[in-house]
Design a protein. Sequence first.
Length: 231
Amino acid sequence: MARDPAVNLTQGAYEQLRADLLACRILPGSRLKIQELCARLSVSLGAIREALSRLTSEGLVVAEPQRGFRAAPISQEDLQDLTRVRIEIEGLCLRRAIAVGDVDWESRLVAALHRLSRTPERAAADPARSSDEWAEAHAAFHVALADGCDSPWLLKLRSQLYDQSERYRRLSVPLTTEKRNIGAEHQGIVDAALARDADKAVALLSAHLGATTRILLTANLEVERQREMAE
């Protein structure tokens, strides 16, 4: 049975807006004007409202009474809290995957790492920006890392936290001044996971996740220092 065209349009609007929010093409905190979104995505008012409602339930959009919708804001406090919780949940998923994951899980993990390692990290047209292809491969790698876990609730929480963290990761890319070998970080985590060394794998994963937070917090402190010097 053919799918209702209106449903396809609504789903398409949701997916496009979600991708724009995660990639920070729609900046955190910016107002989402429904009529402009209708025109840009060539869909109805109802389709945009439904998409925004779904994104609100995911925490990517904030509904403000009498004022409409806004991309969810970010803050240092939110980043620090998000990172702490994500490290805990990702660590639990990885420990469980190492404990019960089978050879199929190992195969998926190796394949995801191979794909990621062969995908250029930066956008060709804008080297300061993470490429969408790499972001997709990176997300798939972290899914593969955890999907040996046999807890649907842990995996659901992990997915939600990953999406929230992705906005911060995208913002951190042009701010990175330190030399960071992300490929080596990923390889080290996989090597430890395949060796079934849960303590080492989780420690490496925690350091990997914490690096983005450190980059953003350091950059923010530098901006504040320069502002104080200018005053």
